[in-house]
Design a protein around this ligand. Structure first.
Ligand code: HEC
Length: 109
């Protein structure tokens, strides 16, 4: 059997989503998975473990394209909701996170 016969299949299985993300966005995704995934759905599918926490793909463009959003991630992002702890990102990580979040937004059904 040819050694690379399965390569196209693997690419298909990973899906177009993984390939649509650049290195910075994948960095943002892994930060969010470490820090936020116990409450929020981080990826393009699935529901949040914490039912009150919105899936990240539904945050909405108004919030993400707010010029303050990246700044707020650096200053310590804390929601008005007390269930959510405060997080701080350095500038590079904040931009990576924002870039990832913009990439996965989908319309609410
Ligand atoms: C302990 C659970 C928990 C963790 C961990 C958590 N969140 Fe949340 N988050 C919530 C809940 C609950 C809400 C809904 C709060 C509300 O809008 O009233 C929320 C809402 C949000 C919102 C929308 C509301 C707003 O204030 O803009 C954003 C954006 C958000 N979280 C980002 C994050 C990020 C980024 C992380 C990781 C760095 C994170 N969350 C980690 C529980 C959590």
């Amino acid at each position: 059997m040819k050694p690379f016969a399965f390569a196209p299949l693997i690419v298909l299985l990973w899906g177009s989503f993984a390939h649509a993300l650049d290195a910075e966005q994948r960095h943002g995704q892994s930060l969010l998975e470490q820090m936020c995934s116990r409450c929020h759905a981080v990826g393009p599918t699935g529901s949040s473990p914490n039912k009150l926490a919105p899936p990240f793909r539904h945050l909405g463009e108004n919030k993400l394209y707010d010029p303050d959003f990246v700044q707020r991630l650096q200053d310590g992002y804390s929601s008005i909701h007390r269930a959510m702890p405060t997080f701080r990102f350095d500038r590079e990580s904040a931009e990576a996170v924002a870039s990832y979040l913009k990439a996965i937004q989908t319309k609410k059904h």
